[in-house]
Ligand binder design. Sequence first.
Ligand code: 5GP
Length: 198
Amino acid sequence: MSAPIEAGAAAAPASVTVLAGPTAVGKGTVSASIRARYPQIWLSVSATTRLPRRGEVDGVHYHFVSEDEFTRLVETDQMLEWAVVHGRHRYGTPRAPVIRAVEEGHPVLLEIDLAGARQVRETLPEARFVFLAPPDWDTLVSRLLGRGTETAEERERRLATARVELAAESEFDVTIVNDRVERATDELAALLGVHDLT
Ligand code: 5GP
């Protein structure tokens, strides 16, 4: 088992890093970029009850599981954290592979939602918590509202959620601004103590 990170050892790479942030800030894009460019980082593969999208591979992007299987994983305490995301599907981090990766000495990254990050804060307080922030409010709004096809009510609901999510920044140890994916990826990798091999 790698040594626990002492309080105040901010410069030392923590064994587990949690990446969270508001909806549509680009967490998925940054973690895809990490996966492609920094294979030294062990990226947790979440379980989810949603169906795969085109191009998603079971066991690589997610473990796609049934509702019953997800319930079994939760009830047998196999999830480090889990949450219902966007009021629809359940997503969770299987605990055993994370522990194994830490024991093997890999820098571990969890890309999860805010509710999940708060649970990890309780169960794994020595983890490092990174908030991925938009460069500014207008950028987040345009990413959130996309093609502008939503109703006024839906639009207001998404903006209200975004305001609440942005306010969570103060709960985190570090903020990375997602102004450019490549740059944000490099900053995150450096935080994990990993450098580009290319
Ligand atoms: P998507 O369905 O677009 O791949 O992901 C939707 C959301 O689920 C993203 O905000 C992502 O951070 C979150 N998510 C993915 N995996 C997990 C997980 O294991 N736990 C939690 N709490 N959220 C997750």
